[in-house]
Design a protein around this ligand. Structure first.
Ligand SMILES: Nc1nc2c(ncn2[C@@H]2O[C@H](COP(=O)(O)OP(=O)(O)OP(=O)(O)O)[C@@H](O)[C@H]2O)c(=O)[nH]1
Ligand SMILES: [Mg+2]
Length: 310
């Protein structure tokens, strides 16, 4: 991409990225980059590599999921269908050239999605693998109008070039320096196409490892709620709600913890002193009988309502 094209792209991005607290840092990054490019242009500098290493997406919500996939699979269409963001969707490759975040609602929480350019060995800026590395989860978007298994294999090879892989796939031998594996959820998109269902079924049969696979259609809004839930499940989180003795529970704002967290972790999050002072708790949840008394090492379960006693 020439400097002039880059300037045009960033100018356009700045008009489509919504203005709010969560995108402030990103907008700032783009503005700085734009200023840098304009300055280079003014000074008539040659077409060097213009940094680009500082594009970052400020984390927001319960977790960050990067949309990973080949060109034209529908990553941007999914961002559009699942969030309020307004990315450009178009029938040619490399429509997306910069990261664009959006918030995906799931029940009472929100997960941040980041739309990205395709995973390609030809075009890559330094921030691209960095965003993939920092994310909590990858949403691999495949195209049911193509061969999804072949696409997945191509993605695996390209990502290995960045020393990145997904959990459940065999790592290269020897393992490259800084190798990192991310959890994976597969969105097999364009289920609405005439052969979509058949291709999905075949893909599921051929897939060696049991990854969570969701056949979806961004354009026809098919199975998107399953994908929301699947993404939440893959983040490995539990939501718990606190309740003051004798009062109704606060079901509006869940506390979020990694699976495997205990009652003591919740106590510490509510108040530092509670770590010492907590004597017991009562739980209303799916693994307990209503109001069951539990001790400090109780493993938190999703949707537990918890009354702390100090
Ligand atoms: N039939 C059908 N077409 C879709 C669906 N989702 C996306 N498309 C089409 O696929 C093409 C590519 O969509 P994009 O969302 O731009 O794809 P992308 O993965 O973001 O592509 P890049 O930004 O180039 O990597 C567009 O022509 C979309 O209209 C879908 O669910 N069903
Ligand atoms: Mg795109």
């Amino acid at each position: 991409m020439s400097r002039k094209e880059k300037i045009a792209v960033i100018e356009e991005l700045l008009t489509i990225i919504p203005k709010h607290k969560g995108t402030e840092r990103l907008r700032g990054d783009y503005k700085r980059r734009l200023a840098g490019l304009r300055e280079e242009q003014r000074q008539g500098k040659g077409q060097g590599r213009s940094g680009g290493g500082f594009v970052r997406v400020e984390r927001e919500g319960a977790g960050q999921a990067a949309l990973v996939g080949p060109a034209n699979a529908g990553k941007s269409a999914l961002l559009k269908a699942l969030t309020k963001a307004g990315p450009e969707v178009a029938p040619y490759p490399f429509t997306t050239r910069f990261p664009l975040p959006g918030m995906m609602a799931f029940e009472d929480i929100r997960i941040q999605l980041i739309d990205l350019p395709p995973v390609s060995t030809e075009y890559c800026e330094p921030w691209f693998p960095e965003i993939l590395r920092q994310a909590d989860l990858w949403l691999l978007v495949l195209d049911l109008g193509q061969d999804p298994l072949a696409q997945m294999e191509e993605m695996r090879r390209n990502l290995a070039g960045f020393h990145l892989g997904w959990q459940g796939a065999a790592p290269p031998d020897p393992r490259p320096a800084g190798w990192k594996e991310q959890p994976l959820v597969i969105a097999a998109n364009k289920l609405d196409l005439p052969d979509g269902m058949d291709t999905l079924e075949l893909f599921r049969e051929m897939l060696a490892k049991p990854f969570p696979v969701f056949g979806v259609s961004a354009e026809e809004q098919m199975n998107l709620d399953d994908l929301r839930k699947g993404s939440f499940d893959a983040l490995g989180l539990v939501r718990v709600y606190t309740k003051i003795p004798g009062r109704e529970a606060d079901l509006k704002t869940p506390f979020l913890f990694k699976k495997g967290s205990t009652l003591l972790d919740l106590a510490g999050a509510v108040h530092r002193d509670f770590i010492q002072k907590l004597t017991f708790a009562r739980i209303w949840g799916k693994n307990t009988y209503p109001g069951q008394k539990v001790s400090r090492d109780y493993l938190l379960a999703d949707k537990d309502v918890i009354e702390l006693h100090v």
